[in-house]
Unconditional design. Sequence first.
Length: 228
Amino acid sequence: MTAIESKSESPSIEEIAKNLNDAGIPPDFGDDNSRLLIKMWRTLGQGQPVTQQMTAQIAEGLGIPFERADEFLRQITERDSNDNIIGLVGLSLNQEWAHRLIVNGRPLRTWCAWDTLFLPAMLGETVVVESESPLSGTLVRLTVTPNEVENSTPETAVVSVATIDPKVHDVSSVEAIWSNFCHQVYFFPSVEEAQEWARGKSNIAILTVQEGYELGKLAFSNLRRFAQ
């Protein structure tokens, strides 16, 4: 791992994943909600808002009472003015998010850079990622399959990750996740630029994009079982 701190002081990918899990990124959703989440991700990945009727049909198909599905989803979604789902645990139709995820030509967005690395496995799709460095505006472009980062432009691209301490950082709501995690997670064209951006910040690790992908595999290992 490449990190802000010296290598001996840097947390391992396994340690970062464990701390994220301990803090609730992602929570243990349980089997029913995990199956529901995968179906909802893939429906939202078609590029259109998910209506209440669509949600009810998906829940019925999974044998989950709509009221229980709706209660769960309201904790982890963005909604439009018609109460349709437009964002769901990292995947979004909201164009205000900076990170672009192109799925079969459909332009979507993600809450943070790291989302683009774990979502392809959940969607079962190869995606193109486009995201600008918050420091220089340099475009980072990736192709990510469900199984690997296929290519990266530039090849030296890295991703910052907030190394959440479950005893300190609140990630108990969507808004808290945005504030304490997502707003610290970006792509950069090089380690040097990421280090410049992170200077003076605490709890930031800088990973290669492949390491960021591996972190996603570890942190979301339980959910990945339902995406097969």
